[in-house]
Design a binder for this molecule. Structure first.
Ligand code: SF4
Length: 110
């Protein structure tokens, strides 16, 4: 279970899913145990069932860990949402994102 102070975010759910995946693999006391997870917000909660931790999810987490822990530099994914809080200026960071992306287009959907 993880308690959050902000609004519901998909990354909160994935964070708990990673815990659900990692604990049985890193602590022998939980090796044969599967967990349900829960993300709790101020006025709601989000349940994650054990069967959502699929082999595909485990594979993707493993690939991410190999990239993060590998000898090669991980791919960069800067975003305005993070850069706007970062004290590093564009003089020192060529990847800094200074403005929010604006998507434009036309659709008949709405
Ligand atoms: S400004 Fe550069 S260092 Fe700071 S969050 Fe953005 S990409 Fe990362």
């Amino acid at each position: 279970m993880d308690a959050k102070t902000g609004l519901l975010k998909a990354s909160d759910r994935v964070q708990v899913m990673i815990y659900m995946r990692a604990l049985p693999k890193t602590n022998p006391a939980f090796a044969r145990i599967t967990f349900d997870g829960k993300v709790v917000y101020k006025s709601r909660h989000n349940i994650i069932t054990a069967d959502e931790i699929t082999p595909e999810f485990g594979k993707r987490v493993g690939e991410l860990m190999k990239e993060v822990c590998g000898v090669e530099e991980p791919h960069k994914a800067p975003s305005f949402g993070e850069c706007k809080y970062c004290p590093v200026t564009s003089a020192d960071c060529v990847d800094r994102v200074e403005t929010a992306k604006v998507y434009e287009g036309e659709t008949d959907d709405f």
